[in-house]
Design a protein. Structure first.
Length: 60
């Protein structure tokens, strides 16, 4: 599995994922669980949605 998510993209994904989880918790909604997806893709450095579009934000 080749990394296709760059450093800035990873940081943004993790921050947005945390915000989604916090907002979901504050509003007591299970929709906050969706924040797990950007956190996982950011921490793994790999996004399956990038593959069909041949997007690669990783410069290395």
């Amino acid at each position: 599995m080749e990394k296709n998510v760059g450093t800035v993209d990873r940081i943004v994904r993790i921050v947005v994922g945390l915000i989604i989880i916090v907002v979901g918790y504050l509003y007591q909604s299970w929709w906050g669980a969706i924040g797990i997806i950007p956190i996982l893709t950011g921490s793994l450095g790999w996004c399956p949605a990038y593959i069909p579009f041949k997007i690669n934000t990783n410069k290395s």
